[in-house]
Design a binder for this molecule. Sequence first.
Ligand SMILES: NC(=O)c1ccc[n+]([C@@H]2O[C@H](COP(=O)([O-])OP(=O)(O)OC[C@H]3O[C@@H](n4cnc5c(N)ncnc54)[C@H](O)[C@@H]3O)[C@@H](O)[C@H]2O)c1
Length: 391
Amino acid sequence: MSKVRLGILGIGGMGSGHCRNLLADPDCELTLAAVCDIKESRRQWAKENLPESVLIFDNADDMIASDAIDAVLVAVPHYDHPKYVIQALQHGKHVMSEKPAGVYTKQVREAIAEAEKHPDLVYGLMFNQRTNHVYRAMHDLVQGGQYGAMKRVNWIITDWFRTQAYYNSGGWRATWSGEGGGVLLNQCPHQLDLLQWICGLPVKVDAHLSFGKWHDIEVEDDVTAFMEFENGATGVFVTTTGSYPGTNRFEVELDRAKVVVENNELYVYELDQPVSEVLANSNQGFARIPGHEVKVETDGKNPQHMGVLAAFAARILRGEPLVAEGPEGIRGLTLSNAMHLSAWLGHAVEIPFDEDLYYDELMKRVATSRVKENVAEVTFNTDGSYGSEKK
Ligand SMILES: NC(=O)c1ccc[n+]([C@@H]2O[C@H](COP(=O)([O-])OP(=O)(O)OC[C@H]3O[C@@H](n4cnc5c(N)ncnc54)[C@H](O)[C@@H]3O)[C@@H](O)[C@H]2O)c1
């Protein structure tokens, strides 16, 4: 196999973005071989915009079973991600799932179990923000251990502004039955993944969520969550789709440094002595700790979605590392589910939490979910929608 033949399942906003990206990069080791959408209007878009060689399917079963593809990119709404990951693997296809890995952890466990039965097939997650050099460098600095223990983790990510028109653009959006959550499940899977990748998973969360605070929607559009980590470090995660311009500042405080990513820049302030040492041993009540800003050399690369897809092809063809292994997707989702559960129950939740209870609580909301009527389905171009750290 010299190139991997890819079939994209769902060519709405993101799926069509993937099509455009692939067609714009003839060197990519993935060839766009097929697309599939249940909507006639999207298939019409494919006819008008994609090369004639690209097969157009109107149902997932036929595309996934087709000999014309080696791999599937799942870009349909979230609830169906695990289902199509499983189906692709069962048909001998490599699979890349859009984020989130699923809506609830129990369904993602089924996808992981299926992947374990097919060690010869590749299962990856579209965590494109992991390709950003600033987060890769932050990961290495925090995980490398040279700055000692983590003390505090604060992420204010309030620059996900979305209008009511965005939520009205699809019947599935911002409903318990169609989407299964709001800003935590649609916009923040990237940040929750990066947070767990860089800092590890918290062991406890106490989250305050507001449902439909800024928009006429039933799911959360405003979140303030307290987190506690295994070593006692604490932190907050704050997000919303109702603020503008908002902030995107991720700060990790360690015993010997403060590491911050803001405005797509990495800033490291290194202390000459550990805080714990000065705090315990200094004889000055108002001691100051000398330190200096460190220039961190990064490779400056931020290939985003195409970086994830290039790595996917390289894994299939040559066994090279993925940007994110499929089974890792459950970690950020665990954090997201724990935040929902905490808000629903009105108290702190420990991780791991009771996944059956989460599912039951979610289904209670699904049962009373409003069906959106008279939705004028619109496919927005998602370019530039990935937050301030795409560029
Ligand atoms: N990685 C990123 O940066 C990023 C950005 C945007 C969206 N996404 C993810 O992509 C997914 C899709 O989001 P979107 O904004 O493109 O939504 P969308 O509604 O614009 O597109 C989804 C498309 O899937 C089609 N579809 C639904 N069920 C199908 C099925 N069973 N078979 C075939 N087609 C089906 C719909 O008709 C629609 O055209 C979501 O899970 C979202 O989280 C990821």
